[in-house]
Design a binder for this molecule. Sequence first.
Ligand code: ADP
Ligand code: MG
Length: 245
Amino acid sequence: MTATPLVVLEDVNKHFGQLHVLKDIQLSVQSGEVVVVIGPSGSGKSTLCRTINRLETIDNGRIMLDGKELPAEGRGLAKLRSDVGMVFQSFNLFSHKTVLQNVTLGPIKVLKKGRAEAEKRGMELLDRVQIADQANKYPAQLSGGQQQRVAIARALAMNPKVLMFDEPTSALDPEMVQEVLDVMIDLATEGMTMVVVTHEMGFARRAAHRVVFMADGEIVEEATPDEFFTNPQKQRAKDFLSKIL
Ligand code: ADP
Ligand code: MG
């Protein structure tokens, strides 16, 4: 079967001034696929995520979602942003809104859903990330792990085609990491298309269909988790793994 990949990057290049942060990136993600992106700090992983929903411009190359080239700006961009969900290291919840309001705001404002419908679905999503009992609290009243689960529910509320996670557990206290990874593993199992930047190799082994190793702005190696962790091919990948495993 040769389905059109959901996300395709072709020859994508990006500079910040003199710094070449993305070098001829080629990447495709199939529908239902979980791709884990790993690599040293500064290798361009966050920039890669941000280019996929146009939080960053690119110098050249093409980015396609569901077979259509992404608009760099204009009206198509809001639609695109709702198709590509983002979960960040720092949660980025709206602090003056309740948990439920955080989850319903996008559907009401952007997707033009009615409040009752948005709240019903919002509660279902909060239930899915096991936090429905906190719906009327404010983010500051929640633990980091709970806040990140709200951020995941908020992203899901927009019915994204793909969810991007940029180090979603890096800001969490160690005891809260697993509760967030468990939600992500559930989503992966249910067939959500996900691109996950993470240092959690247990998650990569368990949930990833493919590991993409980046270094110095390049995709250096791509393999199944099994191949990558047991038999990395490139020296840079071997060096990286020897430091983290
Ligand atoms: P990673 O997520 O792998 O740590 P990043 O994508 O954040 O890497 O960064 C890649 C490189 O681009 C780093 O050298 C970083 O300092 C630089 N960089 C990232 N964002 C900016 C920016 N807005 N302006 C200038 N340089 C940036
Ligand atoms: Mg980063």
